[in-house]
Structure formats: structure tokens, C-alpha cells
Design a protein around this ligand. Sequence first.
Ligand code: IDP
Ligand code: MG
Length: 151
Amino acid sequence: MSSEQTFIAIKPDGVQRGLVSSIMSRFENKGYKLVGIKLTNASEGLLREHYADLTAKPFFPGLLNYMLSGPICAMVWEGKDAVKTGRVLLGATNPLAALPGTIRGDYAIDVGRNVCHGSDSVENAKKEIALWFKPTEIVSYTPAVFKWIYE
Ligand code: IDP
Ligand code: MG
């Protein structure tokens, strides 16, 4: 399936550090298709829903403040195995454990400043895309290079 979609977000530290284009390039260069993008100040309500499974964690208040600290670049990337491979491109949650060549491995040090988010399952990707985007904000098109990326 080449139509799998994943939700990728460049967190406030990534935006402030001018890493938007570098992070987007990883997905573009791999061959994934950008189908949604916006720069947005997330509301606390949206973030509580987005991180609903983490609200009981001791780091949650810090995580909330971090995600509220500036604009986030929210994106939807589409392509074969986009969810799983998107996580590989991001690297491990703790940047010190993330391999060089991954986004977190190359651009971050602390787990609380790990510059990016990526959906961890197809089911969560669907939920997150619906949370961050209206259906009309997701576009459908066939890139001219499609046949040079997929056999
Ligand atoms: P993920 O972003 O790789 O999916 P999750 O476990 O879902 O990792 O955690 C969500 C986010 O919460 C992480 O990306 C990171 O920003 C933050 N986080 C996770 N664990 C810690 C921690 O131990 N201390 C501080 N922040 C954390
Ligand atoms: Mg997660």
C-alpha cells in the first residue's frame, strides 16, 4: 500500500532552531509525499488529547509546557509503510540512544527536547491526523516522480 499516512510534527524546539526544512528533507528525500502541512500554536486541549496516554506520567506537565512553548509544524506524509518507516527516520525517543543518521540522533540531546513527533501505529496515525487536520486540509495528488519511486 502506497497510501498509508502518518502524522509527523516538528515540535517547538525544532521550529525555533530552524530545523523545519532539514527535517522535511528527510521525508522528501526518502520518497514520501507531503499531503498536509500547517504551522500552528496547539491548544492545551488538543495536546491533552494528542498525548492522552501519557497524562499520568511524571514528565507530562513539562511535556505540555514544551509543546505549548511555540509553533509546531504539523504534517501528514504518505507512502508505503509510512508509519513504521517514519519512526525509523525520527530515531529513538531518547536522542542520546538515537542512531546517527536519524533526525533525533543528528539534531537532539535531551528526551524533553527531541524536536519531532511521529505516529507509532496506523490506528494512532488516523486518530492524530483527524485531531490536527480537517479533511479538506489533506490533499490528494500523484507526484510526477511516482513511477521512479515505486516499481
Ligand atoms: P515518542 O515521541 O517517541 O512516541 P512517547 O513515549 O510517546 O515517545 O513520549 C512522547 C514524548 O514525551 C516524547 O517524544 C518526549 O518529548 C516526551 N517524553 C517521553 N519520555 C520522557 C521523559 O522521560 N522525560 C521527558 N520527556 C519525555
Ligand atoms: Mg508516542
